[in-house]
Design a protein around this ligand. Structure first.
Ligand SMILES: Cc1cc2nc3c(=O)[nH]c(=O)nc-3n(C[C@H](O)[C@H](O)[C@H](O)COP(=O)(O)OP(=O)(O)OC[C@H]3O[C@@H](n4cnc5c(N)ncnc54)[C@H](O)[C@@H]3O)c2cc1C
Length: 415
């Protein structure tokens, strides 16, 4: 892999940028791999990367029905934080947040991690009690957060309206080392590093069936032919139910469209991420100057990748209450992604009823922030055929045993 650095840019500049190699290869599929991963989103690619880096397993293919990063990984509002309530969640999200800190260096690609601070507004007494409790839990977990006063909120976000027409701002849960990263770059960085280790990333290759032999998984059928595999990891977010059906089991997952939008670009006006969960709207400003806005999830199951119209109206109304100054901005684009929701709003990283087949899903509206931690834990599970401490609490068996990891305050509606 040609390293990206100042010297390489200078050298290529002098020869009109004709010497850059492709960032990752596009090979033809082989007939068999040790591990096949379905889904080249952030979680699939990160799993492949840590299989190679931490476990020395590189005979790996990542199969993607569209283009890599074209699912939810390239459609989210890029918020990164680890201020969850339950210990297993704090462990995996904080592991991920810490890995984001060094990701650009580790992958030799600038993922534009920007720890600008994430603020979750408390706008009802109930929400305030919830965040005060989370701040206490985070202190015990070693996750740095604090509950801040309305005056401090105003200091950090001068344009905010503390006295909203429906809900006043009563304070906020503040994580100073939370922030954002460039989502495409995260997928590209992992893809480039995986390709460099000799792994195959095969785009335009949809998995249409799963074969078993001798009681365990043996191959996948794809739009580019049959591909044998020693182990199979299903990491397809909102399409997890469909892949599980092919493998012969069911998942406690619902698929719904979640949407986001961006405004026209304007001069810098907001240098933190603000989440207003009661009125339901999230906002940050991208380096291009656009306001990146997260909206709600549809109230019914679907695979539309658009999201229903009334959510746009509700999200814009919520943000105009909290930030009246943005009322005259024009919206540039709106889109949706298919998120995979579990009942307890926590993910699944697990072995499945089909030996040799593993599943990673259920990140719902908030899995971008988890990508490196999830990849780390999933690689451990696939390599050892047993979960390590990060993945163990998130097994499928928790639904049978009633051992839920309830994150409805941290992740019920938040990203
Ligand atoms: C609008 C929106 C805003 C969000 N905001 C945030 C946020 O601010 N912060 C945060 O942390 N999270 C956020 N999320 C959630 C986050 O984007 C997801 O949890 C995360 O990206 C999931 O990554 P993934 O790799 O599991 O899935 P994906 O990126 O969706 O990748 C799965 C891949 O599998 C492929 N696939 C599916 N079926 C097949 C098949 N049969 N064969 C081959 N390939 C297949 C798909 O094409 C896709 O590329 C948001 C999501 C949306 C939609």
């Amino acid at each position: 892999m040609k390293r990206y650095n100042a010297l390489a840019i200078l050298r290529e500049g002098l020869r009109l940028h004709r010497g850059w190699p492709r960032a990752w290869a596009s090979p033809e599929p082989k007939s068999e791999y040790d591990v096949v991963i379905v889904g080249a989103g952030g979680h699939g690619l990160a799993t492949a990367y840590y299989l190679g880096r931490n476990h020395g397993i590189t005979n790996v293919a990542v199969l993607e029905k569209g283009w890599l990063g074209g699912g939810n990984t390239g459609r989210n509002t890029t918020i990164i934080r680890s201020n969850y309530l339950q210990d297993p969640s704090a462990a995996i999200y904080e592991k991920a947040r810490a890995l984001y800190e060094t990701m650009s260096r580790d992958l030799n690609l600038n993922v534009m991690f920007s720890p600008r601070g994430v603020m979750m507004l408390a706008q009802t007494e109930h929400e305030k009690r919830g965040y005060l409790r989370t701040a206490e839990a985070n202190a015990l977990q070693g996750v740095e957060t604090e509950f801040i006063s309305p005056a401090r909120v105003k200091e950090l976000v001068p344009m905010i309206n503390l006295e909203g027409p429906r809900y006043p701002v009563l304070g906020a849960l503040w994580q100073a080392r939370g922030g954002t990263a460039r989502h495409d770059a995260v997928a590209w960085g992992y893809a480039r590093a995986c390709s460099d280790m000799g792994m195959h990333i095969i785009q335009q290759c949809e998995v249409t069936g799963i074969e078993r032999r001798g009681g365990r998984v043996s191959a996948v059928n794809t739009t580019r032919g049959r591909i044998g595999c020693g182990k199979l990891a299903l990491i397809v977010a909102g399409h997890s139910g469909r892949l599980a059906e092919m493998a012969g089991f069911r998942l406690p997952i619902e698929s719904v469209a979640l949407q986001a939008m961006v405004s026209e670009p304007i001069k810098p006006m907001l240098d933190v991420v603000v989440m207003a969960n009661t009125v339901h709207g999230y906002i940050s400003q991208s380096d291009k100057g656009e306001l990146v806005i997260g909206g709600g999830a549809d109230g019914y199951n679907n695979y539309t990748q658009r999201g229903s119209f009334h959510h746009i109206e509700e999200t814009v109304r919520a943000l105009c209450e909290t930030f009246p100054a943005i009322g005259r901005l024009r919206m540039m684009r709106q889109w949706g992604g298919i998120v995979d929701m579990t009942g307890d709003r926590s993910p699944i990283l697990s072995k499945t009823p089909l030996p040799g087949c593993y599943v990673n899903c259920g990140w719902g509206t908030g899995g971008f922030k988890a990508i490196p931690g999830s990849g780390w834990a999933m690689a451990e599970l696939v390599a050892n055929d047993a979960p390590g401490p990060l993945a163990a609490p998130f097994s499928l068996s928790r639904f049978r045993e009633g051992r839920f990891i309830d994150e409805s305050v941290a992740a019920g509606v938040a990203h």
